[in-house]
Design a protein around this ligand. Structure first.
Ligand code: CA
Length: 238
């Protein structure tokens, strides 16, 4: 699937140049010409990367970056700045931006930084599952909720990984026994309930909001918190 990039830049020429260049690399690009519409587009969550000019009509780039982060959006942000001042860069990083580029720049350098940022998030995606304040590292098999490491046994880990790969789906005991245990339901129904209990004790009991929910008579569901509750959870964690 094509990477989707949001360019927030008020200079039409510059915006068009970036758009055309990135499109030639197979990316899908949308442009916002002012801070307010850029912020709204960024909040849609439809983008893999945001290229953000600092000097913008309406909200400036620093405000856009700050508001996106405050709303819980983690989309990588590459800041474009005319000022090559350390102070400006520090301010940019402070708001949650990931990288910066000083104007004027060579397109090749912009492209290299865009690729590096996209690669970074892709790598993370394939080695880590994150829902709300719960993250599961698939390489070292560590689970962390709200900054606290949760020790899981092998089967608990597999069960949690399956839940996190199917958030908000209703998962019957039949499905869990088949996908997580590779066994038949008849022999496993009690085993599954026992493991769900273990897992709840570890990842839910001392945390809010609860992630694993019982669907009476059917099975279980792993509820991804809304972005609002995710933000609250992050605030609590820090
Ligand atoms: Ca500008």
């Amino acid at each position: 699937m094509a990477m989707r990039v949001l360019v927030i830049e008020d200079e039409q020429k510059m915006a068009d140049l970036i758009k055309r260049g990135l499109e030639e690399e197979g990316m899908e690009v949308e442009v916002s010409y002012d801070g307010d519409s850029g912020l709204n587009a960024g909040k849609s969550g439809n983008f893999d990367l945001i290229v953000l000019d600092l000097g913008l009509p309406g909200k400036d780039g620093l405000e856009v970056s700050r508001e996106l982060r405050e709303a819980g959006h983690k989309t990588p942000i590459l800041i474009l700045t005319a000022q090559d001042s350390t102070e400006m860069k520090v301010k940019g990083f402070d708001t949650g931006a990931d990288d910066y580029l000083t104007k004027p720049f060579a397109f090749a350098e912009l492209l290299a930084r865009v690729r590096a940022l996209l690669r970074r998030t892709q790598d993370e995606d394939s080695t880590r599952l994150q829902i709300g304040d719960l993250s599961l590292n698939l390489i070292n098999r560590r689970a962390i909720r709200a900054g606290v490491e949760v020790k899981l046994t092998g089967k608990e880990f597999e069960l949690l990984e399956f839940f996190m790969r199917h958030p908000n789906e209703i998962l019957s005991r039949e499905i869990l026994s088949d996908k997580v245990w590779g066994g038949t339901f008849d022999n496993l129904t009690n085993v599954i309930d026992v493991y769900i209990n273990y897992l709840r004790n570890k990842i839910d009991r001392q945390f809010e909001p609860k992630l694993i929910h019982t669907v009476r008579g059917v099975g279980y569901t792993f509820k991804a918190p809304s972005s609002e509750s995710r933000m609250i959870a992050e605030t609590k964690a820090s």
